[in-house]
Design a protein. Structure first.
Length: 376
């Protein structure tokens, strides 16, 4: 999506223009070329690797201070699975994903996780800034990365002594995000028409500017995505979604087991409701799977959020999560071979490309389509 690095707010206030606007500020005469983008992306990728390494390293170190080896080994296992899995950071470095806006939104998520223990006003101010920035980077944020923020908000509200004050801050923060999202999604300001903006963009860069990409990324109403763009790919979207669930079923099963263990470890109705609401936040992703086609990227984002939430609860010294973690590791210890093979399997699945398929899922799709065309 090379246009994302060329178009900026000089063309009007709308979605997906924040990164392009930042790059245009850094480049003389707003003349963004391929070399500028490559250098910008190398720096951005180096920074996110450093940021992720710092957060993951500090998380593992924090579990050492707990004094329980099972929790420490669970942290190692969780980080290993995330790093080698098809949803880990390496999916950002795949040829078809390199430079997509997910990179910058995930960076915001790592920063967010790092500031969750700040005091109430500063936390909600910083969180709001990160959410708004993420939404301006790419509005799909509200469907696939927002559950992480919602989970932390819900947990803080239910745990706070003065929960009404906490809830007020949370509602105000989410209210600001909602207004920004509604504006850029449904009422964007475009100074130029589609026919005018393409020649303007082409005159200021040596990057490829695809008119269709500009239309669907910046000008097309949501109805065009829903009724014109998505239906063209509906068969592969359905098959890719089903095959992804099958391929990732071992991980999804373990996540269900873990969260069930967290809920069962407490008799407190308020706490059990908190955990259920944390996971219910992932229902926000439904519109992304209905209105868009890059299902693989969304699945990667959602699983990343799952790992971040679990890690954050452990870092937050949640006793019920500790109980579930110890029970989980007892099962791992009783099945050492399966546990090792699970990590090997996750590493062998490869990573998501720009489309909805994992490589194995694409093979299944090709087999099914071949059988279909042969049969007719």
């Amino acid at each position: 999506m090379q246009v994302n690095y060329v178009i900026d707010y000089s063309s009007g206030f709308g979605p997906r223009k924040l990164i392009g606007s930042i790059l245009n500020l850094l480049v003389p005469d707003d003349n963004v070329n391929f070399a500028h983008v490559i250098v910008f992306l190398i720096v951005a990728n180096a920074l996110i690797i450093a940021l992720a390494s710092s957060v993951i390293g500090n998380f593992i170190k924090s579990t050492l201070s707990i004094g329980n080896t099972k929790i420490y080994y669970f942290a190692l296992l969780m980080c290993a699975v995330y790093i080698v899995g098809p949803f880990g950071l390496q999916y950002l470095f795949h040829t078809e994903n390199f430079g997509r806006m997910d990179l910058f939104i995930i960076a915001c998520c790592f920063i967010f996780i790092s500031i969750t223990h700040t005091k109430r006003p500063l936390f909600y101010l910083s969180s709001t800034i990160l959410m708004v920035a993420s939404c301006l980077i790419h509005q799909i944020f509200v469907c696939v990365f927002l559950p992480l923020y919602c989970a932390v908000y819900v947990y803080r509200i239910f745990k706070a002594d003065h929960w009404r004050k906490e809830a007020t801050y949370g509602v105000l923060s989410m209210g600001v995000l909602t207004m920004i999202f509604m504006y850029i999604q449904f009422f964007p300001l475009n100074i130029y028409s589609l026919s005018e903006i393409v020649p303007i963009l082409q005159s200021k860069t040596n990057l490829s500017i695809d008119k269709m990409a500009v239309f669907y990324e910046y000008y097309a109403p949501i109805s065009h995505h829903l009724f014109e763009y998505v239906p063209m790919y509906i068969d592969r979207l359905i098959i890719s979604f089903v095959t992804s669930l099958l391929i990732l079923s071992p991980l999804l099963y373990l996540l269900v087991i873990f969260w069930k263990g967290v809920i069962n470890s407490s008799d407190n109705k308020k706490y059990r409701l908190t955990i259920r609401l944390i996971n219910a936040a992932f229902l926000l992703s439904i519109p992304a799977f209905i209105c868009t086609v890059d299902h693989g990227r969304w699945i990667s984002a959602l699983i990343t959020c799952q790992f971040m939430i679990i890690g954050w609860l452990i870092y937050n010294n949640d006793n019920n999560v500790f109980v579930a973690t110890k029970d989980f590791m007892a099962k791992v210890k009783s099945h050492p071979f399966l546990s090792v093979m699970f990590i090997v399997y996750m590493g062998s699945v490869d990573c998501y490309e720009a489309g909805p398929f994992l490589p194995l899922g694409k093979t299944v799709y090709n087999i099914l389509t071949t059988i279909y065309y042969v049969s007719i």
